[in-house]
Structure formats: C-alpha cells, structure tokens
Write a protein that binds this ligand. Structure first.
Ligand SMILES: NC(=O)c1ccc[n+]([C@@H]2O[C@H](COP(=O)([O-])OP(=O)(O)OC[C@H]3O[C@@H](n4cnc5c(N)ncnc54)[C@H](OP(=O)(O)O)[C@@H]3O)[C@@H](O)[C@H]2O)c1
Length: 336
C-alpha cells in the first residue's frame, strides 16, 4: 500500500507513524505531508529518513490511503482532492463526521458499514471512540436508553501547542497559550467552542457521534467535557441506563471478552483504570463498574484510553487494516 500521512509532524501524525510501524502495516511507499513550513523536514520511519512534502505533491502521487490529521479546514479543502485522485482518505478531524454521505467508523462497533465506494471515511472524536467501544457490547445485550458522561481529557487532545503550554507553565516559562486560561493546577469545563444551547461543540460531538456510530438514534446522550492537566489519556465517568436489568458479574465478563477492552476493576486491591497506565496502549480500559443505586437498570463505570492511540491514530490504522483485509481499498479497487 502506498500510504500518505497528512499532518505527519503533528501529535496524531507522529503517533500514526508509530502505530503503522508497530502493527507492521503493509506500507510499500510512504508520503509524509505537512504544511508549507515543514516541507523538506526529515522524519524517520522504520529506520529510513523521509522528506516532508506538500499536499499538492502528495495528491499527484495517488496514494492508496491517506491518513489525515491536519485540522478540519485542511481536511475540508484537501480530502476531496485526494479522493478525486482515487485515494481513500481516513480523516481524524471533525470535518466530515456528521456528513450523512460519509461513514463514521470505530472498527469494533461498525466496520461492516464500509464499502469500496467510501473514499472519505471519518474517524470519530477521541472521547466518543473510547466510550462507544465499551457501550456497544452492553447495548447489544441490555439495550441502552440513556448515557450521562463527564470527561476528564488530556491536554494531548488539543495538539502540540497545548502540551507546550502545560510544560511551559510547569517550568515557569511565559509562552503562547492554547487555552484561554492556565491549565496547570487547573480544570477547564470547556473543550472546543460553545454552541447556542450552552453546550460545547465537544459535548455535542459526543451526543451526535454516539448515535451515528451505534446506528441508533433512540440512545439519549448528555455530556460535560472537561480539560485537565494530564498527558496519558482521556478518562470518563459514564452512567448508563438500560431498558433491561443486568448482572454485574455478567457485565464485567461481557466487557472483558469484547474486542479492544481490558477490564481493570478490583477495588479491593486498588485496581482501576488511570491515564498513566493507559498511556501508549491501544485498548480501552474499563473499571469502577457498579450499580447506580439511585435508579433501576442503571450502571456506573469509569473508562480510560490513550486519546492519541485508540482515540485517533490506532482507530484510523485499524480502519485502514479493515479496508485492506476486505479488499475495499487500492487505486484499482473500483475498476476491478
Ligand atoms: N490530539 C488528539 O487527541 C486528536 C484526537 C482525534 C482527532 N484529532 C484531530 O487531528 C488533527 C490534528 O491534531 P494534532 O493533535 O495532531 O494537532 P497538531 O499537533 O497541532 O498537528 C497538526 C498537523 O497538521 C499539519 N498541518 C496544519 N496545517 C496544514 C496544512 N494547511 N496542510 C498540511 N498540513 C497541515 C501540521 O503541519 P506543520 O507542523 O507543518 O504545521 C501538523 O502536522 C486535528 O484535526 C484534531 O482535531 C486530534
């Protein structure tokens, strides 16, 4: 596969390269793409140095797959040009997620919706990905009626600028701000921009994307998304109301045997998921599984995952792996 990584110098792009290498994705040619300011810069992949090229040069080279993580406006502009050149785009930005003509995919949940005609595929929001991986097996068994989620999100979710802000603050350096306020020793109940209904865009992404990925608009979701001064991953406190009653031991067993999930739930030995442990892992960690004693058929749990991996790079590479395994991709696939 000829693979382009668009946004190769960014946090997600760097992680994509790491994941492609680790999973031994069949890369035969690699195109590394970033903004004009990075053209010519060298990046190493599997011990070989590559020069960063421009978007225009990359389009001409007709890659089989382009993994995009270069922001929404770049994606809106450039993804259709890659697609027109026969390249299948897997996009990490929010640009295409709610477009009814584009698939929004978490492989453990809905990879079966993909067809060879899908030339722009959207990777969901990081906090939504880790939540739906855990919701899917529970929905299949007990039918979810409503989800109430509060997130505790890593600064890595905002990109290089935010990691720099946190580190500068820790080291007493005055630098550019990624957030409107100090993030070190602070908590910001604000991710992405505020919308007219008083929620943030991140919160509304969790609502709408969950319904689209799960293929079920009857699931009611409400979210509060919060930025905390943490690096390793996003954490979520999730309250789930089901139509049917459940057994706690069965819930643990169901989650433990579902793909991509590790249950870490042994409070007697102080075992629960934490971002420090999830960091650089591909799985979604679920713990603090307990009954909501204030209401029937309702469960509380705590979900943690590395937002740069399962929340972005790993999920995108897993989509690419699914496309390859099912012969849904390649410059020749539509003419076969
Ligand atoms: N961080 C996360 O957890 C996460 C999770 C899911 C999705 N995402 C999404 O992934 C995207 C990238 O996030 P990030 O955290 O990796 O951001 P980042 O660290 O700021 O990196 C942005 C990347 O985009 C490139 N870029 C910017 N403008 C470009 C242009 N006009 N043409 C080509 N490349 C351009 C940058 O290149 P230069 O270095 O040359 O500027 C850089 O490689 C965003 O859309 C974000 O919403 C992020």
């Amino acid at each position: 596969m000829k693979i382009a990584v668009v946004g190769a110098t960014g946090l997600v792009g760097t992680k994509m390269l790491q994941v492609l290498a680790e999973r031994n994705f069949p890369v035969t040619e690699l195109l590394l793409v970033a903004s004009e300011k990075s053209v010519g810069k060298e990046i190493t992949f599997k011990g070989k140095a590559y020069k960063v090229i421009s978007v225009e040069d990359a389009i001409k080279q007709k890659a089989d797959i382009a993994l995009f993580s270069a922001g929404g406006s770049t994606s809106l502009e450039q993804a259709p040009l890659f697609a027109a050149a026969g390249t299948t785009v897997i996009d990490n930005s929010s640009a295409w997620r709610m477009d009814p003509t584009k698939k929004l995919v978490v492989p453990e949940v809905n990879a079966d919706v993909l067809t060879p005609e899908d030339k722009i595929i959207a990777n969901p929001n990081c906090s939504t990905i880790q939540m739906v991986v855990a919701l899917k097996p529970l929905h299949d068994k007990y039918k979810i009626k409503r989800v109430v989620v509060s997130t505790y999100q890593s600064v890595t979710g905002t990109g290089v600028k935010a990691v720099d802000q946190l580190m500068n603050e820790r080291n007493g350096i005055d630098g550019p701000m990624a957030y409107p306020y100090k993030i070190d020793l602070n908590v910001l109940p604000h991710i992405d921009v505020f919308t007219e209904n008083g929620y943030t865009k991140e919160e509304m992404k969790m609502v709408k994307e969950t319904n689209k990925i799960m293929g079920d608009d009857s699931i009611r979701v409400t979210a509060t998304t919060v930025r905390i001064p943490v690096m390793g991953g996003h954490s979520e406190s999730v309250n789930i109301e089901f139509a049917n009653d459940f057994d706690l031991a069965e819930v643990r067993e169901l989650l433990a045997k579902s793909p991509g999930i590790i249950v870490t739930d042994d409070v007697a030995n102080l075992k629960y998921p934490m971002p420090l442990d999830a960091h650089d892992k591909d799985e979604v960690f679920v713990g603090r599984i307990r009954r909501d004693e204030s209401q029937a058929n309702t469960l509380n749990c705590w979900i943690v995952s590395d937002n740069l991996r399962k929340g972005a790079a790993t999920n995108a590479v897993q989509i690419a792996e699914y496309l390859v395994a099912n012969h849904l991709v390649g410059q020749a696939v539509l003419s076969e």
